[in-house]
Design a protein around this ligand. Sequence first.
Ligand SMILES: C=C(O[C@@H]1C=C(C(=O)O)C=C[C@H]1O)C(=O)O
Length: 118
Amino acid sequence: MTATSTEQTTAGNSTTAEKSTAAENSTAAERTGAHTPEAVDVITGARERIDALDDRIIGLIQERMAVSAVIQEARITSGGRRVNLSREMEILGHYRDALGKPGTGLAMTLLELCRGRV
Ligand SMILES: C=C(O[C@@H]1C=C(C(=O)O)C=C[C@H]1O)C(=O)O
């Protein structure tokens, strides 16, 4: 089984193959998991907001990586080390205070993304 299906349409003498994805063929209920049209609308609208938020979050992470690189470059150029563990502990604590235990994991992932980019 593949995730795509192919439909042949004939226009004049030419034949066009149109591929559609499994997602395009699915119903709104299947896409959202909702059991009423009202819930489908709520979920569809909220998913659009989540997609927009994720784009902004990714942009902020990329901005953080660039700022972190400026700091690391300045420190390394001055003769220092790339990593500053006491500052990283501060950041881990900040995320943990704001978001609880998973915040620590999130901060560790952010630090991993930001380290070693110079
Ligand atoms: C950016 C710095 O350098 C490194 C990267 C950090 C970060 O991305 O937040 C934190 C500490 C350092 O390991 C810094 O010292 O502030």
